[in-house]
Design a protein around this ligand. Structure first.
Ligand SMILES: Nc1nc2c(ncn2[C@@H]2O[C@H](COP(=O)(O)OP(=O)(O)O)[C@@H](O)[C@H]2O)c(=O)[nH]1
Ligand SMILES: [Mg+2]
Length: 718
């Protein structure tokens, strides 16, 4: 494998909805470049890109796959991304290292939800975009319809570079309005370059002129030239198109049939002739804000964007060279973990195929193995420069499940396996919840966790696990003032235990003045505050603790013990065992025994007094509420809305955007269990959603009663 200099490298990602043909297109590009000799197929489970067993079972891409191909002395690094929303994580990391996104549109379906999602990701990343209308050999292909829909969705940045002559079984040729040539495939699939036939000249010229104008618009000098000459030559057009693509003012449209390898070579030529090399794009910026130019003669640095454990090689790290040259055997420092790493083997990777290389230049993408302590998001550089590049921004999780090993003896193994799965896919987040007493895994959808994670645990790590619905992190609080006293007394042989406390509790609200008297059930209790402690609780909200003891009824040294007892109950609320929050407690009286009083007695007295008071203080259960945003095709709007209403959703707003409705709602977490699956079945997989924690709110009375009852039953069982 030869080494490529920075200006001979192009980095692209294939994005777009599931089924549009990304993996098949990648395969066709590898074949065209001679990287593979025969073309695999999705149906025969033999593509280079979908090489994981899980992808064979699923029938589509689950991971982003790094691939490369070669054409005209250039190397094209391709990242084939999965279309399904569940696997969005690897799309985020791909965007981090590529320079241009190539978005496939299915020639029959045009703009799908997956297209919309891909487009939004692309906009966020501010990367240039090229459109490819694929499956033009499909019997229901509709080129004009798809272009029209694309213009409606993406605006008039959409500019045709190629159009097909005939679609479906008739798709045998396309006309290219940069080259002003016709490409025709004969019965053997061999491409011929022909002049544009007479009946197409008018259309081709019209489109050519539109393209020339669009190209000229991006460069003042070209614009002047265009006015002078009335046209631009091929080189001038390329220059204008490149400028337009880079500043995202132009989305050129190409035509392919990935399945039949039509239009592939021309697309690859465009990628190397017109699309930017890594050094033409904005430089990477370190966390400290320092620009690192993509140059071969700079200091060696690289960024790890993916790490995975693969069956035959173990751990493999995929990286992009940010600056300088990475040579075989180079010694680098991992600036995130401090590890000194020797990169004794360098590879370029095409899915399951790997090729050793001796050097990779700035801007190139490669892989290495056997590093000691390096993973996704780490920056490695030569000792002289201690730089760190910002981590990849992964989307918030929106689906969670509890998990446990069927056999307790596998607990440790499970922990390790989950750690590795998180390394390979950082959108799988592992949480050991002390509060819920469960291991939770968070991810992007039911499929993501119940299938992808489960599959790895079963097949790779061989751990039998059970998945079940996670508990909801409820909170408890009170709504009115209440008083209680409790005497803890125990006489057993020698020394006994004695402690008595009298307390008043009331709801805590930010900014209310300290108490001087309470009215409890008609009685008035006057207090004077001697000491105040304000505790911000680790689970949110506050506990304010007042010492209002008069006349030394209880020694000050016992007050921490009383607080400890109260905290124990705050950690395990009286209604459902959930955390309590936002309460003021005032200890105003009590009794001591000269011999028997000790810390444990006051801890227990405090705990029990608090529990008694809590029960009569109008206790309420609070539940987490999430902001949920659903993107749904207009024709499925009604079904999605009525489903949401069944989930106690509060509608916050609705917006129409280009055939889609964006619904913003607040929904209790307890009602979001399996939402991704439900939404998918209501919308035929055409909707998507995001969710984010918003606040805690009181649950309705009927729900509260159910929860208390369930907790009591659970307690009895224990
Ligand atoms: N007829 C036709 N089928 C295609 C074409 N490209 C892909 N396919 C088929 O469409 C299905 C989805 O393709 P795949 O490459 O997995 O799509 P991806 O999800 O975007 O990666 C597979 O069955 C392919 O064989 C094409 O250009 N024409
Ligand atoms: Mg795929």
């Amino acid at each position: 494998m030869k080494t490529y200099q920075t200006d001979k490298i192009r980095n692209i990602a294939l994005i777009g909805s599931s089924g549009s043909g990304k993996t098949t297109l990648a395969e066709a590009m590898l074949l065209e470049g001679g990287v593979i000799e025969r073309k695999g197929s999705i149906n025969a489970k033999s593509t280079v890109s979908d090489y994981n067993e899980i992808e064979h079972e699923a029938g589509n891409s689950v991971f982003s796959t790094v691939l490369y191909t070669e054409i005209n002395d250039h190397k094209i690094n391709i990242i084939d991304t999965p279309g399904a929303d569940d696997y969005i994580g690897s799309v985020s990391s791909s965007f981090r290292v590529i320079d241009t996104a190539i978005m496939l549109l299915h020639a029959q379906h045009g703009i799908e939800v997956g297209t919309e999602i891909s487009y939004r990701n692309c906009e966020k990343s501010k990367k240039p975009l090229v459109l490819v209308i694929n499956q033009l050999d499909h019997e229901k292909a509709n080129f004009e319809g798809v272009v029209e829909a694309a213009k409606n969705t993406f605006g008039n940045k959409v500019v045709i570079i190629q159009y097909p002559i005939g679609v479906g079984a008739e798709f045998k040729a396309l006309i290219d309005v940069i080259k002003m040539k016709m490409y025709k495939w004969n019965a053997e699939g061999i491409r011929e370059e022909l002049p544009i036939p007479a009946d197409q000249i008018e259309t081709a010229e019209e489109l050519h002129n539109t393209l020339v104008e669009a190209a000229a618009e991006n460069d003042e000098k070209l614009m002047e030239l265009f006015f002078e000459k009335g046209s631009l030559d091929e080189d001038e057009m390329r220059k204008g198109i490149r400028a337009g693509v880079i500043n995202r003012g132009l989305y050129p449209v190409f035509c392919t049939s990935a399945e039949k390898s039509m239009g592939i070579k021309r697309l690859m030529e465009f990628i190397v002739n017109v699309l930017p090399s890594p050094d033409k794009m904005p430089s990477e910026v370190t966390i400290e804000g320092k620009e690192i130019p993509t140059k071969e003669d700079g200091p060696a640095s690289l960024f790890v964007f993916k790490s995975a454990t693969e069956s035959h090689i173990g751990e493999i790290n995929y990286f992009k060279v940010i600056s300088g040259k990475i040579t075989e055997g180079i010694d680098l420092t991992n600036n995130n973990t401090g590890a000194k790493e020797r990169l004794s083997q360098l590879y370029v990777v095409a899915g399951k195929n790997r090729q050793k290389v001796s050097q990779l230049s700035a801007g190139d993408i490669g892989a290495t193995v056997k590093l000691k302590n390096t993973g996704t998001n780490d920056t490695l550089s030569d000792g002289k420069t201690e730089i760190k590049f910002p981590p990849i921004a992964f989307p918030n999780p929106k689906y969670r499940t509890a998990i446990k090993a069927v056999s307790e003896s596998d607990d440790e193994k499970l922990g390790e396996a989950l750690g590795r799965i998180n390394q390979a896919d950082p959108t799988v987040i592992i949480e050991y919840s002390k509060e819920l007493k469960q291991i939770l895994i968070h991810g992007q959808g039911e499929y993501h966790l119940n299938n992808m994670v489960k599959w790895h645990l079963d097949k790779i790590y061989k751990i039998e696990t059970a998945f079940f619905p996670p508990r909801i992190p409820y909170r408890e609080t009170i709504t009115k003032v209440a008083a209680a006293s409790y005497r803890h007394k125990k006489q057993s042989g020698g020394s006994g235990q004695f402690g008595e406390v009298h307390i008043v509790i009331e709801p805590y609200k930010e900014g209310t003045p300290d108490p001087s008297k309470f009215k409890v059930e008609g009685k008035e209790i006057a207090v004077s505050v001697r000491n105040k402690e304000e505790h911000a609780l680790p689970w949110g909200g506050k506990l304010v603790y007042y010492n209002c003891i008069v006349g030394g009824a209880i020694d000050a040294r016992f007050l921490p013990a009383i607080l400890k007892g109260i905290m124990e109950k705050m950690e395990e609320g009286p209604l459902t065992g959930s955390y309590a929050r936002d309460i003021r407690v005032c200890v105003y009286d009590g009794k001591m025994h000269p011999v028997d009083s000790n810390e444990i007695s006051f801890r227990l007295a405090g705990r029990n007094a608090f529990r008694e008071a809590f029960k009569v203080a109008g206790p309420k259960i609070m539940e987490p509420i999430y902001d949920v945003e659903v993107l749904v095709p207009s024709d499925r709007m009604g079904d999605v809305m009525s489903d949401l209403q069944g989930r106690r959703a509060m509608i916050e707003g609705m917006n129409s955007e280009k055939g889609f409705e964006k619904i913003s709602v607040k929904v209790p977490l307890a009602e979001m269990n399996k939402y991704s699956t439900a939404l998918s079945s209501i919308s035929g997989g055409r909707a998507s959603y995001t969710m984010k924690f918003s606040k805690y709110d009181q649950v309705p009375t009927d729900v509260q009663e159910k929860l208390i009852k369930a907790f009591e039953e659970e307690e009895e069982e224990d």
